[in-house]
Each structure stands twice: as C-alpha cells, then as structure tokens.
Ligand binder design. Structure first.
Ligand code: HEM
Length: 577
C-alpha cells in the first residue's frame, strides 16, 4: 500500500470507519444488530437479503448479472415485493460515490449485517461496477420446486451443497412477514405493522436455524408452514437427506462455512470486473489531505489516524508531529536542512462502535487533525509524521515507505470555504433546468470556487463532477463544469480565483478539479463538497522550523525529538514573515 490510493482509501474508510468523511454513518443504521423502528424488522436481515436478491440474477452461462445494483430497478417484481428491500435501498442511497459503487455499498452492507449480529467478518474486496437498469430474472421463490431452485443456484454459480449452506447462512437472521406471505404468517388485525415469524429463536447470526431444524423444534414457516407449496427451506435442507445441514451444527463450523459461502456470494458479479485487493485495515492512515485557502490564508489540512486497542487509552504523553518540506526557495525539499513541523490542532477519539468490523477487531481510532499555514511562495512538496511516545522508546516515523506523502501540484486548488450550496425544491424553476433530478426530491445548486496559481496561465480550468448518491438510485450525475475567472473574489498571495456552477439531486458531489496549461494537466482528485462554506473554521496551529545539522537531501532525516538540543524552534510568524 502506498498513499494516495484513492479507491483503496475510500473503501477502507467506509469499511472500518463505517461512514462518509462528513460523519454520516452507514454502520450506525445497522449496528448494533438493530431493529427498525415501527415494524421492528431486523435491519441486518434486510441488508443481507438485499445482497442476495441483487446477486441472484447472475447467469453463469453468459456471465451477466450479479452484484451490480440492478435490484434497485427490480423492486417491482413479485419476488422482490418486500418493504425491507425498499427500506434498504433508501438506507444505501447516500453512501456511494466515485470510488465506492452502489454494488460495493450493498456488499459492505452485507458484511456489516453479518458482523454486527455476531457472525464472521467476511473479507471484502471492492471494484464492483453498477448498472442503471434492471437485469435478468432467476431469483428463487418459495413456491419453486427443488429442480427449479437447484437450477437457480447453479446459474448463480453454486452446487447443491453450496445452495443448502447459503440458505442456512441467510435464514439465520430475520423471518417471513405477514405482509408478503399471509398464507404462511397470519397478520395481526389489531396492528398496523406486519407480523414477522423468525426463522429461528435468536436474532443473531448463529447455527440455531440448523440445530432447531434438526431437533424438530424449529418454528421456521419455510419448514413447518401449513402451506406445503411454500416450504422451500424444507425442500432445500432435506434435498441431500440432511447431510449438509448435519455438517453445520457446530458453532465454529457454521461461522467458517458461512464466511466462505457469503464471501463467495458477494463476489458473484457480471463478467469483466476486476476486484481490488482485499481491503485490510491501515494501522496508520493519512486522510483528508488538502491544500486550500481559508480566510485569506493558504493552509494545508490533513488528518493522521492511528488505531488503539479498546479498553486501553492512548498514552497521554504521545506527540504526533506533522513534518513537511517547502516546494520552492532556498529550502526546497528541505535541502537547506530545515524542516517545518506542527502539532495537531485537535485530537479526536472515535467511539469503538464506529464500524462492527473494527469493533470486532478490538480496535478504535484516534485522529490527529492538522491545519497549518503555508507561505504561498515556499508552498509544500511533501509531508510525513512522527509518533513519539515520550517514554524513552524510539519515535516511529510514518513516511509512506520512505518517499513521504507527496503533494504533487499547487497550481489548482479547490476552495471549499469560498464555495456555497443552495438547497432548492425541485418544483422551483431554477431546478427545472436540471434534467437529472428525481420527482419528489431536492436539487442542490452549487457555486464552486478554485484557486489558480499565478503563472499557471491555464487554457482551461474545469472539474469532472460526480454524484452517485441520488435518491431512488436515479442515473448518477457525471458532468464537467468549466470555471471562469471570478473578479468578485480578490486575488491573494499569488493566486487568482475562478468559479463555476453545477446542480445535483444527490448528496455526495465530488470534484476532480483540473487546470490545463501548456500541455500540462494539474489535478486535485476527489474533492468533497459536503461542508463548503459551513466548514467550521479552525485557526491554523503554530509552526516550528527545525534545523538539522546533518540532513541528507532526498532522504528524510527526521530529527529524533523536537526538543533535542540541536533544533531551533520558532513560531510561524517569526520564520515566515
Ligand atoms: C431457496 C432459496 C431461497 C428462498 C426460496 C428464499 C425465500 C425467502 C422468503 C420467502 C423470505 C421471506 C420474505 C418476506 O417475508 O417477504 C426470505 C427471507 C429472507 N431471506 Fe431468503 N430465500 C432463499 C435464499 C436465501 C439466501 C441464499 C439468503 C442469503 C444468503 C437469504 C436471506 C434471507 C434473509 C436474511 C431473509 C429475512 C429478511 C427479513 O427478515 O427481512 N435467503 N427468504
């Protein structure tokens, strides 16, 4: 792993922090093994079933279908009539973006669902690609006979024993609803909510579905229901004389078989898709690195995330220091032996419940936030971190494998604090000009500002704008915005400002900002727009400049401790002005 790996970084964040960067949490919708308010339906069961039904239209014979988000357009089919599937769709709407497809969100949802209810942690790889239309058919239904069911699973890529395992692993959570199958579950005339008959006696992800079936105590209506046409679990489980289910009664075998089978299920995708590597937790992670302007000052903002075992507090004496080198001038790339450094402006500890996956690993996160002023003439070329526990042990340097975390350009910079969004109802004439909107929602009208470094002389300043997080999984926004010089914003410290406009019905617009100049293209990738001029302003922290006596250019000779005698420490104002 080398930073930046934007797709990996984004998927890792969603999986292990369970939320978008603005804090909006996907994991909190399902964790801890939640029931929905009102219906008291099992949210994890609904999410797991959603993944199964999206996948189930895969056809191994021609490689079509699979986990591709097509279920969003198939909810009108009888096999998908279910309130839970519709609610799950709206649970997921706000989370996909340029780097996390809707289908990846569906898979992550299934991983969370299993894990938060005591099931195994299913390994996750990303890279699924979305479709924006309904796909083929073939989802199994309870009235299907055994050969139809077996054929349906064969097309999904599973043999008979695997079918049995998958059904057992799926039907350990949730149950059958009187709203959908009144022939199996009698509605309660006194209640406005449907009645759920659970598949087994526990809401958790466990082997009870199998052991209760085998010991004859099961209340699973797909086994013991009065309507014998609809008892598909009985047909499936006994199709090999119970041999496969008998192999699933042990707790740890059930967990490990389901980990394998559900892991495979989540990787049934249309042909031609290349998965990422398995997304494993990054023990030390740089997030939200951005060079921008805030209140007439160029600033560099970033966050450094460390893990901490639950039940252990982080060492209170620990110093986590951000270091960086100038990009221009005498001290270019720290060649003059001078290194800039700063301590965090904020330290935030995450709740261990941030994601069921991280919780199950026994970890939580500590985030060190940095905001430092950058002199525009000197600018910044790369940064790194040093963690000093101040307990006599050697400090640890995190420098991206030796090269530092490189900021590859300062020619074009997105300026969230000067950008603005207005939320307008779709009925207003302003929104009518925007064709890609959903009937009943809102449109966000954005005014976006970028700073262009003087001397760049761009022939074009523009952004690729993407918004996939749209209500009802409407066709996503993928468009280009042109930016033009904006004389209403005074230029400052060698930068001039450009602005552009876009409208989106979604809630997660991101921008890849570009400036083209003299055959060069400068890009700031994946800039988020959730906070814009509502970004809370935090004054940049003080900067120190440390001078090392022996600094070999190119190699990062990090001073051992800021307090070491050889170092000269100044306040920012002293050094920079
Ligand atoms: C023979 C294949 C299958 C059939 C015929 C089948 C049928 C059903 C039926 C009729 C329901 C009740 C739905 C309702 O009340 O609206 C249900 C629920 C459920 N199914 Fe399946 N299913 C099959 C396989 C699977 C698989 C392979 C999984 C996942 C791995 C799965 C996961 C679930 C879950 C989690 C629920 C509970 C949903 C809730 O409580 O909201 N099913 N299934």
């Amino acid at each position: 792993y080398t930073w930046p790996s934007p797709q990996y970084d984004t998927l890792e964040g969603m999986l292990y922090e369970g939320r978008r960067s603005d804090g909006s949490s996907l994991a909190a919708l399902v964790h801890p093994c939640r029931k929905r308010s009102g219906t008291l339906a099992s949210v994890p069961a609904e999410w797991l079933r959603f993944a199964f039904h999206d996948m189930a239209t895969h056809n191994a014979d021609d490689g079509s279908g699979g986990l591709d988000g097509s279920l969003a357009y198939e909810l009108g089919r009888p096999e998908n009539f279910n309130l839970g599937l519709n609610q799950t769709l709206s649970d997921f709407e706000a989370y996909p973006n340029k780097y996390i497809s809707r289908a990846d969100i569906i898979a992550i949802g299934a991983v969370f669902a299993v894990s938060t209810c005591g099931g195994p942690t299913i390994p996750f790889r990303g890279g699924r690609i979305d479709t924006w239309q309904a796909g083929g058919t073939g989802t199994p239904e309870p009235q299907h006979d055994l050969s139809t069911l077996t054929e349906s699973f064969r097309k999904q890529g599973f043999n008979q024993a695997e079918m049995i395992k998958l059904v057992a692993c799926g039907h350990t959570m949730g149950g059958v609803s009187s709203a959908d199958f009144p022939q199996l579950v009698a509605p309660d005339p006194k209640s406005s909510f449907p009645v759920f008959d659970d598949f087994d006696t526990t809401p958790s992800f466990d082997e009870k579905v199998v052991t209760e079936y085998l010991d004859g105590s099961t209340q699973n209506v797909l086994v013991v229901g009065a309507n014998k046409t609809l008892v598909s679990d009985l047909r499936v489980f006994q199709s090999d004389n119970n041999a496969t289910v008998q192999g699933l009664t042990d707790k740890s075998v059930f967990q490990s078989e389901c980990k394998t089978m559900l892991g495979r299920m989540l990787e049934v995708v249309p042909k031609g898709i290349t998965f990422t590597d398995e997304i494993t937790l990054l023990p030390a992670k740089v997030t939200a690195a951005q060079l921008t302007f805030e209140k007439d000052q160029m600033v560099f903002k970033t966050n450094f995330r460390l893990t901490q075992p639950i039940n252990q507090t982080a060492n209170a004496n620990r110093n986590v220091t951000l270091f960086w080198c100038d990009k221009n001038g005498d001290n270019k790339n720290c060649a003059g032996g001078k290194t800039n450094s700063a301590l965090p402006v904020k330290k935030l500890s995450d709740d261990p419940n941030v994601s069921p996956i991280t919780l199950n690993m026994g970890l939580y996160f500590i985030n060190y936030n940095y905001i430092v002023p950058i002199d525009t003439a000197a600018s910044i070329t790369k940064f790194w971190f040093q963690v000093d526990e101040n307990d006599g042990s050697k400090p640890t340097t995190y420098d991206n494998g030796g090269n530092g975390y490189v900021i590859d350009q300062d020619q074009v910079l997105f300026v969230p604090m000067l950008s603005h969004v207005d939320l307008v109802q779709n009925t207003t004439s302003d929104a009518q000009t925007y064709t890609n909107r959903v009937g009943d929602g809102f449109t966000r009208n954005y005014k976006l500002v970028v700073a262009v470094r003087d001397g760049t002389n761009p022939s074009r300043v523009y952004a690729d704008a993407t918004d996939v997080a749209i209500q009802g999984f409407a066709f996503p926004l993928q468009t280009q915005i042109d930016f033009t010089p904006d004389s209403s914003i005074p230029s400052q410290s060698g930068y001039s400002f450009y602005s552009g406009k876009v409208a989106s019905a979604g809630v997660q617009l991101t921008l890849d900002v570009h400036a083209e100049a003299a055959g060069q293209k400068y890009t700031q990738d994946f800039m988020e727009t959730q906070e814009l001029d509502n970004t809370p302003y935090v004054k940049p922290g003080p900067v120190s400049v440390t001078t090392t006596t022996k600094s070999s250019a190119g190699r990062m000779a990090v001073p051992n401790a800021l307090a070491a005698a050889a170092l000269l420490v100044f306040g920012a104002a002293v050094v920079r002005l």
